[in-house]
Design a protein around this ligand. Structure first.
Ligand code: FE2
Length: 260
């Protein structure tokens, strides 16, 4: 399995604190069947982030350490880029890394709001031949409130990645319900760990994989394995058409509540 969202690199963001935690996370990932991790440290403009070159150098160093520890896990470069109007320029300047040098680029929104300029930035990135992947939409309050707020982005060719922790309920019941709803409505294209450490938010996929397998085994295969591999190999992904979420009317929701 390829994990396309992980904060396993040591000491550069709110993920792994040091090389010891990185090694612990790497061992856990291998035990979960993960063979490659696309390292996606946060890139927050004006917050002294590690740029593409620095991330690549740290990966060479960390891979060497993993080899010397006898851990067969391959780390490759990426970023989780905090949405900014300058994003297209950051790509052009070679400041930020796409996922394993592919056309796929991982982007996160601020937790409290979807920026008004997001649509323009996505549009510009698409014109540049890139495919934006929105990180964990199920965690954004505006998406929880109205899952259809993703439709305008999906229409532009944006893909979405959900977290294993959301499926397992680590971020609360509302996030958990939202992620299942998004998956059922073809609005999620990848599931990744978004691992931050060896204990809390660890690189485990078991549990979440079982839940999605029960929902639809073929879909589980696509979200956990096939689509992340396509990103890694820079291959085309043709997502199914998203299905609009129809909000239940007052009487319908009252009725379904009585049925429980
Ligand atoms: Fe992340």
């Amino acid at each position: 399995m390829i994990d396309l969202h992980s904060h396993i690199l040591p000491g550069i963001d709110d993920g792994s604190k040091d090389i010891n935690e990185t090694i612990e996370m790497a061992r856990l990932a291998v035990s979960e069947g993960i063979k490659t991790i696309i390292c996606t440290p946060h890139y927050i403009q004006y917050n002294e982030p590690y740029n593409k070159k620095q991330v690549e150098l740290l990966i060479v160093e960390t891979n060497e350490r993993l080899i010397s520890e006898g851990i067969s896990l391959n780390l490759v470069a990426g970023h989780e880029i905090y949405m900014t109007p300058d994003l297209p320029k950051l790509v052009q300047d070679g400041e930020v890394a796409t996922l394993n040098n592919s056309k796929y680029i991982l982007i996160e929104f601020p937790m409290n709001d979807i920026p008004l300029y997001a649509e323009d930035v996505f549009y510009e990135l698409r014109l540049m031949g890139l495919v934006p992947i929105l990180a964990h939409p199920e965690r954004y309050p505006m998406v929880m409130e109205d899952p259809n707020s993703l439709l305008k982005f999906l229409k532009l060719g944006v893909l979405c990645q959900a977290n294993v922790g959301s499926i397992r309920g680590f971020f609360g019941e509302r996030v958990q319900k939202t992620v299942i709803k998004l998956i059922e409505h073809n609005m999620i294209h990848f599931i990744a760990t978004d691992a931050h450490g060896p204990k809390r938010r660890s690189p485990k996929i078991g549990g979440a994989l079982e839940v999605i397998k029960q929902l639809d085994p073929q879909l589980a295969e696509q979200l956990f394995y096939e689509n992340p591999l396509k990103v890694y190999q820079n291959e085309e992904i043709n997502p199914p058409k998203p299905i609009e979420v129809i909000k239940k009317g007052f009487f319908a929701s009252l009725f379904s509540r009585k049925q429980r």
